[in-house]
Design a protein around this ligand. Structure first.
Ligand SMILES: [Mg+2]
Length: 135
């Protein structure tokens, strides 16, 4: 028996350029209860995936790294926010400690949820619970 919110019916899209970081996020999300986890290594791949989704397929949560070569997580957030073809999806940003000074900018751009890397599973779950509690 568990009183945890059920995430087993939701799909999460993880975007991170680092292979190891993607796997860490995947394991943490599995432990949190997600069964449908899509991994993408960059913003363009993620956006292409989102564009090609056919209902009833959907993504319920995006967990994205901030620092990526090419387009950043912040650009991904902006692309999704500005794109009428992509449904608005709750967004959780993963950022390194040296990204903290940019958090204020991110907040002003509409990013409400972030987790500082390296994160614990508990911290990640706290933020996800918060996102879905407020959804
Ligand atoms: Mg990165």
């Amino acid at each position: 028996m568990s009183d945890a919110p059920a995430y087993d019916h939701l799909t999460v899209l993880v975007v991170d350029d680092n292979n190891y970081a993607r796997k860490l996020a995947m394991f943490a999300l599995q432990n949190i209860g997600f069964k449908s986890i899509i991994l993408k290594e960059g913003v363009d791949e993620a956006v292409a995936y989102l564009r090609e989704l056919q209902p009833p397929q959907q993504v319920d949560l995006i967990v994205s790294d901030w620092n990526m070569p090419g387009k950043t997580g912040l650009e991904l957030f902006k692309m999704i926010s500005d794109n009428q073809d992509i449904p608005q999806i709750p967004f959780l940003m993963l950022t390194g400690v040296n990204g903290v000074e940019s958090i204020q900018d991110a907040f002003e751009l509409g990013i409400k949820y972030y987790v500082i890397k390296p994160f614990t599973e508990i911290k990640l779950k706290e933020k996800i619970d918060l996102i879905f509690a407020s959804a």
